[in-house]
Design a protein. Structure first.
Length: 259
C-alpha cells in the first residue's frame, strides 16, 4: 500500500479511524479489515477523530446502510449499485450477492488515491465522476433498477447542490433508490461543535427536519423510510440511550428515496 497521510482527506479519516478501532475490539459490531489496514499503514494518531458519539454514530450508520442495502439487493438481485462519493468505503464486500454490478464513484483525485488501496474486482469497478454532473453515468451499463448510496456526502452540500444532485440521478436512471445520510438544521448551524468534524476544515451544508423536504426539490422521488441513527445507537450503551432522548431530533438519519 502506497498511501500516505496527505492522501486522506480529514473528513475521510473519521469513518476510517472509527471502523479501524471498532474492528480491533474483541466484541466488534462491524468488521472492516481494509479500514484497519489503512489506519495501520498511515501510522499516525487519529484518536481525535474517534470520540464516543461519532464512534457510535459511524457504527450505527454502517449497520443501517448494510441492512438496508441487503434488503434492497434481495429484492433486486441484479441491480446496478453505485457508491457515490465513496472515498475509501468498501460496502461492496459487505453486501455482494454474487450478481450485482457495483461502481465506486468519486472525484478524479479521490479515485486516484483509492486505487492505491483497492483494485477493481469482478463486478466492482472504480470510476471518476461528480455528484453534481451526470456525465459519468453515460459510461454505465443499463439496468432495470439502480441503487445509489450516498453516505457522508450530502451533509456537506448546499440546498442548491442537493437539488442538482438528486435531479441528476432521476434524469440519469429511469428507476432507482437513493440511500442518503441526512442531518438536522441544528447540526447545520452548530457544526463547529461536532465532536469529530470540528477537527477538520469541513462545514455542514443544508440540514433538514425530514427527508420530505427533498421531495420539494425533486417531485419524481418519494420517501420510503427515514431512520435516525439513534435507533441503532441506543441498543449498545447507557450513553447511547440517553443521547436518543436528549438528541432525539438532532442525530443524523438514513433516508431511503425511490423514483
Amino acid at each position: 500500500m502506497e498511501l500516505t497521510f496527505g492522501d486522506v482527506q480529514e473528513t475521510a479519516l473519521i469513518p476510517l479511524a472509527i471502523k479501524a478501532s471498532e474492528t480491533a475490539r474483541s466484541n466488534a459490531r462491524i468488521i472492516d479489515l481494509k479500514a484497519k489496514e489503512i489506519i495501520d499503514t498511515l501510522g499516525v494518531d487519529v484518536s481525535k477523530y474517534d470520540p464516543f458519539l461519532s464512534h457510535e454514530g459511524v457504527v450505527a450508520r454502517t449497520i443501517l446502510y448494510r441492512n438496508e442495502l441487503k434488503r434492497l439487493i434481495a429484492q433486486y438481485p441484479d441491480a446496478l449499485c453505485i457508491n457515490l462519493g465513496c472515498g475509501f468505503d468498501d460496502k461492496f464486500s459487505q453486501v455482494d450477492n454474487g450478481r450485482i454490478t457495483w461502481f465506486d464513484v468519486d472525484l478524479p483525485d479521490q479515485i486516484e488515491k483509492r486505487r492505491k488501496v483497492y483494485s477493481d474486482r469482478d463486478r466492482c469497478t472504480m470510476l471518476d465522476g461528480s455528484a453534481l454532473d451526470g456525465e459519468w453515468t453515460r459510461r454505465l451499463p443499463k439496468h432495470d433498477m439502480t441503487i445509489v448510496v450516498m453516505e457522508g456526502v450530502l451533509e456537506y452540500f448546499s440546498k442548491d447542490q442537493v437539488k442538482t444532485c438528486i435531479n441528476m440521478l432521476c434524469d440519469s436512471f429511469e428507476h432507482g433508490y437513493l440511500l442518503a445520510e441526512l442531518h438536522s438544521p441544528f447540526l447545520e448551524k452548530n457544526g463547529s461543535h461536532h465532536d469529530a468534524v470540528k477537527h477538520t476544515n469541513a462545514t455542514f451544508g443544508w440540514g433538514t427536519k425530514s427527508g420530505r423536504e427533498y421531495l420539494d426539490l425533486e417531485p419524481r422521488m418519494s420517501l420510503v423510510s427515514e431512520t435516525s441513527y439513534n435507533e441503532e445507537m441506543k441498543k449498545y450503551s447507557i450513553r447511547g440511550k440517553l443521547f436518543a432522548i436528549v438528541g432525539k431530533n438532532i442525530n443524523n438519519r438514513l433516508a431511503v428515496f425511490k423514483w
